[in-house]
Design a protein around this ligand. Structure first.
Ligand code: TYD
Length: 216
């Protein structure tokens, strides 16, 4: 199932890859050009999703197993699609998602080693098969450079996982780019944010193709 009117962009990457900065910069740029933009972040974004977020990310005291983890991320995502993303696209808006299905494929399928096709199937069910028009994966290079701090500080339950997990996530994202070559664009996120943002904007403009570009 796909929507016909709006345009759906997701931004992905490992911890501290600069996703959130890029999602905000892209949303601001689209708005400056007259586009209506809805910015989302996962997990969360709906009342039920925020409760699920707290459950998933609480740093301590959690007994959440790997399958439960997949299902909770998918549940939060499904609610976000139904209540926020799909209505926005149907109204012709841009949606810029800070994380979407690829996060579950990278973190839960590749990171935890759960069966890829099952994680994919559950997410297709949860979202009604809604995929972004384009996905930017910020490849931040070596994830180990931030992990010391992340593991001891205020990091969430998933950020705290060992470096080997985050390396699998980073490799997983590169595998996803190979598996979905038309949708996913790998971007070198280790460059200055302005340079990354400019590359993303150029690609968004070309992907919009014949569609009306906001503000032009
Ligand atoms: P968040 O605070 O939003 O961090 P970030 O800035 O890295 O996006 O926390 C989200 C955490 O949940 C992050 O460690 C990635 C993880 N995650 C998954 O493991 N699977 C998923 O499907 C999603 C959406 C996030």
């Amino acid at each position: 199932m796909s929507t016909t009117r709006g345009f759906f962009i997701s931004i992905e990457g490992g911890e501290k890859a600069g996703k959130t900065t890029q999602a905000r910069m892209l949303a601001a740029w689209l708005e400056e050009r007259g586009g209506e933009v809805v910015l989302t972040r996962e997990p969360g974004g709906t009342p039920a999703g925020e409760v699920i977020r707290d459950l998933l990310l609480a740093p301590t005291g959690s007994d959440i197993g790997p399958v439960t983890e997949v299902l909770l991320f998918a549940a939060s995502r499904g609610q976000l699609v139904a209540d926020v993303i799909r209505p926005a696209l149907e109204a012709g808006k841009f949606v810029v998602a800070d994380r979407y299905i690829d996060s579950s494929l990278a973190y839960q399928a590749f990171g935890l080693g759960l069966p890829f096709e099952r994680v994919l199937a559950v997410n297709e069910w949860a979202t009604g098969g809604l995929w972004p028009d384009v996905t930017f994966v910020l490849d931040g290079g070596d994830p180990s450079r931030f992990l010391g701090r992340a593991r001891e500080g205020a990091a969430d339950r998933i950020e705290r996982r060992e470096p080997a997990f985050h390396e699998k996530v980073a490799r997983g994202y590169r595998r996803l780019a190979e598996r979905f070559p038309r949708r996913i664009v790998l971007v070198d996120g280790s460059r200055p944010p302005d340079e990354v943002a400019s590359e993303i904007r150029t690609i968004v403009l070309s992907r919009l193709g014949g569609r009306e570009v906001p503000g032009q």
